[in-house]
Ligand binder design. Structure first.
Ligand code: XIL
Length: 355
């Protein structure tokens, strides 16, 4: 071997060692065990729903509450990990990734034939301390953001159909939330996150997900304007997620939701109702809750641009709003409420030959 050849060989060997070390770092810390699926369990009949009907799922609940696990598998055709893909979970310290909790949910969902929504890559809540409190330069934050998005989307490439790339970027008055990302990078953080997500999985549909934009007002207007600016800058955005956390009395009705969806559809976007739940306040009838679930499902079903609807939480026992809000279609003892029948019926595919 010539000296030059030897130098090249040494350099290649060096690179190989670096690659092994990097791989070990990336894989480290992931020891969340798989979700044990029951030996036999029900799933919705193929084609039962006109569009994907999803639920968010918490790993602790799926692992410890057998009724919860069965309701998830039997009732739904799509899943959103409720917390397991958030930044504090997948990258608790810089460049040390742990996808094991999310993998447990994604693996179980795919075995049951479900679609997976990834939630969420960039949000100023549930962030680890190292992101929240570092004195960032713009260049270093861009590196960290790109690396987080690339590793996360890359890990699930081909297994996650849609990503909420950016979550809740706006304040109620429509201004850009002063998140750590916005403070350091301005609105450009959104462009960066979408750009990197698209590179990491060009087939995944990329969404901007926002809360409280189901009702017209300054925030919905600001979301439309933001999307227009992103499109003008060629940011690869496919859709808008309307979370639709609402209340039994005073929540948006079917016409309202159809009009909201149409507003974003006119921008050429897909729309997904991503986090539907309907809180029932004391004294309010369960029938009002059922009406709102039916309205959301019917609006999605009837709107060509709507790609699916996800309920936020399987049962009231595990709802992020607490059992007292009674916000999900199943009560704290895992029994179906009128909301469940209404939701399912509104999303059910109507067969041409059925009477
Ligand atoms: C909530 C989860 O449901 C809770 O378990 C967690 O403690 C906090 O986050 N908007 C979102 C979701 O985009 O990620 C939030 O989920 C609910 C509001």
């Amino acid at each position: 071997m010539t000296r030059r050849g030897a130098a090249v060989a040494a350099a290649v060997a060096g690179l190989a060692i670096v690659a092994v070390v990097v791989a070990a770092l990336v894989a480290r810390g992931g020891d969340t065990p798989a979700i044990e699926l029951p030996r036999s369990y029900a799933t919705p009949a193929p084609g039962a729903y006109a569009k994907p009907l999803g639920t968010s799922v918490r790993l602790d609940a799926a692992r410890t509450d057998a009724a919860y696990l069965r309701l998830w598998l039997a009732g739904y055709t799509s899943v959103t990990p409720e917390n397991a893909m958030k930044w504090e979970v997948v990258e608790p310290s810089r460049n040390a990734f742990d996808f094991s909790a999310a993998d447990a949910i994604v693996t179980a969902a795919r075995r049951a034939g479900q679609r997976v929504r990834g939630h969420t890559l960039t949000w100023d809540v549930q962030l680890p301390g190292w992101v929240q409190s570092r004195a960032w330069t713009a260049a270093d934050m861009e590196l960290a953001l790109r690396s987080h998005v690339r590793a996360t989307v890359g890990h699930f490439r081909g297994r996650v159909a849609q990503w909420d790339v950016v979550n809740e970027p706006l304040d109620d008055d429509g201004s850009l939330t002063r998140s750590v990302f916005a403070r350091v990078l301005g609105e450009r953080f959104i462009d960066i996150a979408f750009d990197e997500a698209h590179r990491a999985d060009p087939r995944a549909k990329l969404f901007l997900n926002e809360i409280a934009t189901e009702l017209p007002g300054p925030k919905q207007d600001a979301l439309v304007a933001l999307v227009r600016r992103l499109q003008a800058r060629d940011v690869p955005i496919d859709g808008v997620g309307l979370q639709d956390h609402s209340v039994a009395v005073g929540g948006p009705d079917q016409r309202r939701l159809e009009a909201d969806i149409a507003r974003f559809a006119r921008l050429g976007l897909d729309v997904e109702l991503t986090e539907v739940d309907v809180a029932v306040r004391p004294g309010e009838p369960e029938a009002a809750q059922a009406r709102n679930y039916r309205a959301a499902a019917a609006a999605c079903r009837r709107s060509r641009a709507c790609t699916g609807l996800t309920v936020w939480g399987v049962t009231d026992r595990w709802s992020w709003q607490g059992p007292g809000a009674r916000a999900t279609p199943f009560d704290a003892a895992s029994r179906p409420k009128p909301a469940w029948r209404a939701l399912r019926a509104a999303m059910r595919r109507v067969r041409r030959d059925s009477r």
